[in-house]
Write a protein that binds this ligand. Structure first.
Ligand code: FEO
Length: 171
C-alpha cells in the first residue's frame, strides 16, 4: 500500500509530465513558425518523451493500487521571445522537474518506501540527461546560432533526432 503523500505526489507528477509535453509542443510550434523544423523536431520528440514519463507514473500507480486522478492540464506559459529564450526556458523547466522528482524521492525516503525510490532512480538519472541536453543546446546556440550558416547547420543536426521509447518498461 502506497503512503498517501507519496501516492498523491506520484499522481500529481502525471499532470506535470503531461504539462511538460504541452510546453514542448508550444516550443515546437514556435520553431515551426520560424521555419526551423529541426528545432521543432527536437521539441516534438521531447514532448513524446514527456508523454512516456506521464504513462510510467500512471502505470506505476496502477500497479501499486494507487489512486489515479487525472486533472486539467494548464495551457503552456512562456514569456520567451527569442529562440534563445525558448532554449533557456527549456532548461529552467527541466530544473523544476528535477526538483519535483527529488521531492517525491524525499517523501518516499521518509516512509522507507524502497520500491518507489527504486522506481524513481530511473527518473533521477533521466533528469540528469534532460538537463545536460537542454544545457548543451544552449551552448551550441551560443556558439553557432548567431551566424545564419551556423544556425542552418544546427537546425540540420536537430532534424536528425529520432524518437526512442524509454528504457524503463513497466508491465
Ligand atoms: Fe519528464 Fe523532461 O522530464
Amino acid at each position: 500500500m502506497l503512503n498517501e503523500k507519496v501516492a498523491s505526489l506520484l499522481n500529481t507528477q502525471i499532470n506535470k509530465e503531461l504539462y511538460s509535453a504541452y510546453l514542448y509542443l508550444e516550443f515546437a510550434n514556435h520553431f515551426a513558425e520560424a521555419g526551423l523544423n529541426g528545432f521543432s523536431n527536437w521539441y516534438t520528440i521531447q514532448a513524446q518523451e514527456e508523454r512516456d514519463h506521464a504513462m510510467l507514473f500512471l502505470k506505476y500507480l496502477q500497479n501499486n493500487d494507487g489512486k489515479v486522478t487525472l486533472g486539467a492540464i494548464d495551457a503552456p506559459v512562456t514569456d520567451a521571445a527569442s529562440h534563445m529564450d525558448i532554449l533557456k526556458a527549456g532548461l529552467k523547466h527541466e530544473e523544476y522537474v528535477t526538483s519535483l522528482i527529488n521531492a517525491i524521492y524525499a517523501a518516499a525516503h521518509d516512509v522507507r518506501d524502497y520500491r518507489t525510490m527504486q522506481f524513481l532512480d530511473w527518473f533521477v538519472k533521466e533528469q540528469g540527461e534532460e538537463e545536460m541536453n537542454a544545457s548543451d543546446l544552449i551552448k551550441k546556440m551560443e556558439l553557432f546560432g548567431g551566424d545564419p550558416k551556423g544556425l542552418y547547420m544546427l537546425n540540420q543536426e536537430l532534424a536528425a533526432r529520432v524518437y526512442s521509447a524509454p528504457s524503463l518498461v513497466l508491465d
